[in-house]
Design a protein around this ligand. Structure first.
Ligand SMILES: *[C@@H]1O[C@H](CO)[C@@H](O)[C@H](O)[C@H]1NC(C)=O
Ligand SMILES: *[C@@H]1O[C@H](CO)[C@@H](O)[C@H](O)[C@H]1NC(C)=O
Ligand SMILES: *[C@@H]1O[C@H](CO)[C@@H](O)[C@H](O)[C@H]1NC(C)=O
Length: 620
């Protein structure tokens, strides 16, 4: 699904100075396609420069016959009713997250924490509407200022939650009128996170925390991340930290982290596995994250073991691991908690303990398990696709081809060819390198399109200032069909200040292990369901080939667009690339949900098109 399209893109644009590039694309915008041919009203194509309907329409007719699903969707739109703009939701849905209706889950009989789980089946149906921002919503500050200061009306949090904020990573928060300030890095008030990070580095035998990356710690799963300050610090050390926490109605850790521009998603494993493959993370961190680790016969620890890479670390900061007052040195041999007993069975070694912080290391030696009888291996093949599978009480990944200790990784950010070999099943090295080249030029083209000028009838005149957006115009990016993570690498290569949530659709080729092994954020997801995040959390969504892929499945593209609108910040961008018929459908849907949209013809005779959209900031 990935690379071929972008040959086309690059053929058309080529490397050119930005001014002429922009002009070129504006001139060459091939007529926003009026989706419904002759009887079209002018209500939504006022931005259309002289269209060329005949050609497009004939073409469209032909394609329509091939794509029955698209056709049906188009037809229902063209019947009139469907063309109306979708209504705005009420105030009660300002912070709406589908699949996490706690009261509905409770009514359905879930309890003991499982009511906070994801249950999409109880969120089906209901009103189709556009989630709108709270009354005093403000566009977030740009990175990096936005990491340290956010608008308090943009997130749902109570005064009490500020004051009661307990854990060390939460404490760093102060309220200043309509702003929340997080004193990180240069904070004069607290330096706790920095010290904490250095302490962890020292405990695993490093000189300082700037050595994490070299020591093979490239990505960290931060469970219950407070408000993301530890992760923010790790990012400054080039370590990708992804925050997960369960759904919270107010004071959500995930919502605050994302608002700050830090990688995060709703996730928990009270009854089901996380949507990550086995052997994914170099470190799992929990600072007072609220999990009672010795419950459920150790299944929580087994889930951590599953996602940890060999030689990876589990860092637990909690006053409850050991009864107060027992120092590890004095009592190590005599007092052993259930957690400690269990970790021995799964071949973890307690390598250090200081204050309330414990660090275990997962074995680097797959043969270790044989010597500890007790916990069985999971059946082969089961651990390939972890999409909300039930928690298991067996050991995963021990016989995987991807069993490589993190200490053996290359210390550069590029995957070595040896590491790529590992993914033989998923990718050929040449294919991978070629893909990343293609994406670098595609990204340059995209970036030049991300300006409201693209929607204007009167594009800028020659000699006007270069309109290229600044490097930090966007921060939170989602690649909805990430393939090898090529867009993410391109962003890094171009030194843009973004992070990318790389989503691998459930039915696509499972390239997620490859994405995570590059140290990127990524997750498996079924796009017929809603994404586990709060409203207004992404600045840009990118979907290459996703819509045509999904239209083969039985889910509604309108619902997908409503979901995209929900998770997109006001004034956020959407870039969709697909075949002509699909882009026409998408253009109609974009209009229904009030996005500005423009179709870009790649002008090389192929039927691939680009749809660039911007979500308006609806103040009401
Ligand atoms: C458009 O680009 C694609 C990919 O490079 C290429 O295969 C195709 O032949 C091109 N079409 C034309 C008409 O040049
Ligand atoms: C959540 O579920 C309850 C009970 O089924 C229902 O009344 C309510 O409308 C739902 N809330 C949302 C936002 O869908
Ligand atoms: C990791 O490196 C060690 C030391 O260089 C080596 O003995 C071991 O075989 C390597 N393990 C793997 C799985 O490559």
């Amino acid at each position: 699904m990935g690379s071929p399209l972008f040959h086309k893109l690059s053929v058309k644009f080529g490397p050119r100075p930005p001014i002429s590039l922009l002009l070129l694309c504006l001139i060459s915008v091939l007529a926003l396609i009026v989706v419904f041919g002759s009887s079209s009203s002018n209500s939504f194509d006022s931005a259309t420069p002289s269209p060329v309907p005949t050609v497009v329409y004939t073409n469209y007719r032909k394609l329509k016959e091939q794509a029955t699903v698209n056709y049906l969707e188009l037809r229902s739109l063209s019947l009139g009713a469907g063309r109306q703009e979708v209504d705005l939701c009420g105030k009660d849905r300002e912070n709406y997250v589908p699949c996490y209706n706690i009261s509905a889950n409770f009514l359905a009989g879930f309890q003991n924490g499982e009511e906070f789980d994801r249950h999409c089946e109880y969120s089906k149906g209901g009103q189709r509407c556009l989630v709108r921002p709270p009354k005093d919503y403000k566009i977030p500050l740009r990175w990096p200022a936005g990491r340290d200061v956010i608008w308090s009306n943009n997130v749902k949090i109570t005064k009490d939650q500020f004051l009661a904020s307990g854990s060390m990573t939460k404490r760093l928060m102060l309220l200043e009128e309509n702003q929340i300030a997080f004193h990180s890095e240069d904070g004069v008030i607290f330096d706790g996170v920095k010290d904490y990070s250095r302490q962890i580095a020292e405990m695993i035998g490093l000189g300082t925390d700037s050595e994490f990356f070299q020591a093979g710690v490239h990505n960290v799963l931060d469970i219950g991340c407070g408000f993301g300050s530890f992760g923010a610090h790790l990012l400054s050390q080039k370590v990708m930290a992804i925050c997960i926490a369960e759904y919270e109605v107010t004071g959500s850790q995930v919502q605050l982290a994302l608002e700050r521009g830090l990688p995060a998603m709703i996730g928990n494993f009270i009854s089901r596995q996380l949507p990550y493959p086995t052997l994914s993370f170099d470190m799992v961190h929990c600072a007072q994250c609220g999990i009672v680790w010795d419950q459920k016969d150790g299944m929580f620890l087994l889930e951590v073991d599953r996602v940890l890479k060999p030689g990876g670390y589990f860092v637990l900061t909690s006053p409850t691991v050991r009864p107060e007052g027992h120092s590890v040195n004095a009592k190590k041999r005599s007092i052993s908690t259930p957690v400690e007993q269990f970790t021995e069975k799964i071949c973890w070694t307690l390598i250090a303990q200081q204050d309330e912080t414990f660090i275990w290391q997962k074995t680097a030696d797959g043969n270790c398990y044989a010597s500890r009888n007790g916990i069985p291996f999971c059946k082969e093949g089961q651990d390939d696709l972890s999409y909300y599978q039930p928690l298991k009480s067996c050991i995963s990944g021990a016989t995987s081809k991807r069993w490589m200790p993190i200490q053996n990784r290359s210390s550069t950010s590029q995957l070595s060819s040896a590491e790529l070999e590992f993914h033989g099943k998923w990718v050929q090295p040449e294919d991978f390198y070629e893909d990343s080249q293609v994406w670098r030029s595609a990204l340059r083209n995209y970036w030049s399109l991300l300006t409201p000028l693209i929607f204007s009838d009167h594009p800028k005149r020659p000699g006007d200032e270069d309109p290229l957006p600044p490097y930090n115009m966007i921060r939170n990016v989602m690649d909805m069909n990430a393939h090898y993570g090529g867009l993410n690498s391109a962003f890094l290569g171009e030194s843009k200040s973004v992070w990318v949530m790389n989503v691998v659709p459930l039915k696509a080729r499972n390239t997620l292990p490859l994405i995570l092994d590059q140290g990127f954020a990524g997750v498996l997801h079924d796009w017929c369901e809603s994404f586990p995040t709060y409203p207004r959390t992404y600045d840009m969504l990118h979907a290459n080939g996703l819509l045509s892929h999904l239209s083969l499945e039985r889910c509604s593209l309108l619902d997908l667009f409503l979901e995209m609108d929900r998770i997109l910040r006001p004034e956020g961008w959407v870039v969709i690339s697909d075949n002509l018929a699909t882009i026409e459908t998408a253009r109609g849907l974009a209009t229904q949900i009030r996005w500005e949209a423009r179709v870009i013809d790649l002008e090389n005779g192929s039927d691939q098109r680009l749809l660039v959209c911007q979500k308006p900031f609806i103040k009401k």
